[in-house]
Write a protein that binds this ligand. Sequence first.
Ligand code: MG
Length: 375
Amino acid sequence: MNRRDWMKSAAAAGAAAALPLDSFAALPQQGSGGRAKVETEIKRLNLRHTWTTTMASDTFRDVIMVRYTRDGVTGYGEGAPIIRYKENAVNAQKAINSILDLLESADPWEFDKLMIEFNRRVPGEHAAKAAIDIALMDWIGKKVNVPIYRYLGLDPKDTPVTTFTIGMDTPEVVKQKTLEAAPYPVLKVKVGPNVPDESMIDTIRSVTDKPLRVDANEGWTNKEDVVRKIEWLEKKNVEFMEQPLPAAVPLEDIRWIRERVSMPLIADEACTEAKMIPTLLQVYDGVNVKLDKAGGIMESYRWIKMARAYGKKVMLGCMISSSCTCTAAAHLSPLVDYADLDGPLLISNDPFRGVQYDKAKLILADKPGLGITLA
Ligand code: MG
């Protein structure tokens, strides 16, 4: 089956889900021994602009897409494996295939038990786990006929605005991207060793005075420099700083910075597991939660609640992802302070339509599950 057919047959399954429940009387129901069909596909997402951060310079990213079909209902999932976490789409697909029998035979209503078993059998591969978790939650939402935000007890009116990210580039391109980002009231700016930090910020400031959030992606190397740079950024209407130093530096270095600047510091690459959160939040002011890092909607929900238990800030971010993952994250966004869910805006071949942006505010459809449709 080619990609187009794969998508079309998925659309047909989605249409079937909208039929009266009586139509399903003859289909296998939960607990009746029915099996799911789990299909995966590596999808290449093309970037609108070459994407340069501290880590890499890319024109595309490969993600793993999942289609989970059972009882005539299809749930969609996506995970974005990145090299920073020693993950890639081929291995993500292998990880899912390695437990295909479990995924197809397990009761999806026991999704928590299923994900615990996935974690027990397969170490790491968080993006693969995210893809499965998102597909299961989409399926559950469709089966109970409620949007995921409603299933989680959240109000879609409480979604925040998302930032729009400006990657590193030449001053001309940065200026152009900043002008194109006119509808977005807050920008996220990537800094690091590839381009002089001051030049990135000054170029943006030459065309706009809107608030900025700055992400060094571990790109700065010593704490004295970080303090000097943050003191400079504090005069440039910057709201907070993400991951200034490498994740592996001693926490005491972050504490040393924390004691010398007033700008909030958010942990991103430093935080890859829930159990790290209590320690990190002794020095960081908040954590950047991403579905691909945590392993899906439900684990991200747990991260958010943990950070909240410590009274700290929560940011919800994304990798280069389609509307599938970003819509899944948007369902959790009423819980967070800051959203950085601009993935669909950065790519040119989004396979889905999902979360919408009303002057950057995240808008979720009142539809079951993720509420996404095929583009
Ligand atoms: Mg970041």
